[in-house]
Design a protein around this ligand. Structure first.
Ligand code: SAM
Length: 249
């Protein structure tokens, strides 16, 4: 399945996927991803940001409210429509239609910071996308990306309950499989989404071959404060849903 075919599902499910978002994204963004991403971002005011695979645009709006000049790209027309609808006050966001594997309508070395928040596991050619982000960054610029943690979220992964032990265990299968699969995520979602799995080694090789230096890696855990507000995130103390990289050009 190609990225263009996979994106059709995003167009179909864009409304239902984003209906639980507020101005800080969905609960997983708020509890796990945003604290990690914002701890890795450097200067924001007056800096050029690319939100690569912006979805409904919550991160672009958060960045624009902090003074960033944001280009936000998505390959789903429907997502962009929702993003534009939800963007009323932020003037410094330009939404563009495009495939992160090839953004040749953007000129090289213009961005101080690129963020691809939960996007690279959704596209077929992750190596091309990582190379493209390298091309678009200014020298010394940073690329932050979050993905489903490839060591835990694999085809058919999920919780298994053992009644005898009164415990649940996270099941990982087919870790070394590389390619397309579809799965409900969150696990109680109505519809399956298309994902591409590849091993951590493959991601690391692509990062290194593109020319990036790895500066930081975060496997987000819920903070005590978040756990007291959202106790359902206790299960995230057992294994990581996500991994977040900070790379330097
Ligand atoms: C899981 S959503 C994340 C959206 C947003 N970054 C967020 O965190 O809310 C993945 C997004 O990536 C977009 N996407 C998938 N493949 C893409 C590609 N090749 N180029 C650009 N956007 C893509 C989808 O349309 C969808 O909006």
């Amino acid at each position: 399945m190609t990225t263009a075919q996979a994106i059709k599902r995003w167009n179909q499910f864009a409304e239902s996927f984003t209906e639980n978002y507020d101005e800080q994204g969905d609960l997983h963004h708020q509890v796990l991803l945003n604290p990690a991403i914002f701890s890795l971002i450097e200067e924001v005011e007056g800096r050029n940001f690319l939100d690569a695979g912006c979805g409904e645009g919550y991160l672009s709006r958060m960045l624009a409210q902090k003074g960033a000049i944001v280009t936000a790209v998505d390959y789903s027309q429907k997502m962009l429509e929702i993003a534009r609808d939800r963007t009323q006050n932020e003037k410094n966001i330009q939404y563009r239609y495009g495939n992160c594997e090839n953004l040749d309508f953007l000129i090289k070395e213009v961005f101080d910071c690129i963020i691809a928040n939960m996007v690279l596991q959704d596209l077929e050619n992750y190596k091309a996308a990582i190379r493209e982000m390298y091309r678009l960054l200014k020298p010394n610029g940073i690329f932050i990306f979050s993905i489903l943690h490839p060591c835990f979220v694999t085809p058919n992964s999920g919780w298994i309950r053992n009644e005898q032990l009164d415990q649940q265990f996270w099941k990982v299968q087919r870790y070394f499989y590389e390619g397309v699969y579809d799965q409900k995520l969150p696990l109680d979602a109505d519809e399956k989404i298309v994902f591409y799995h590849r091993t951590l080694t493959s991601y690391m090789k692509a990062i290194i071959q593109a020319g990036f230096k790895v500066e930081e890696v975060i496997e987000p855990m819920p903070s005590k404060e978040m756990l007291s507000r959202y106790p359902q995130f206790k299960e995230d103390l057992h294994c990581a849903d996500f991994i977040v990289f900070k790379l330097r050009k």
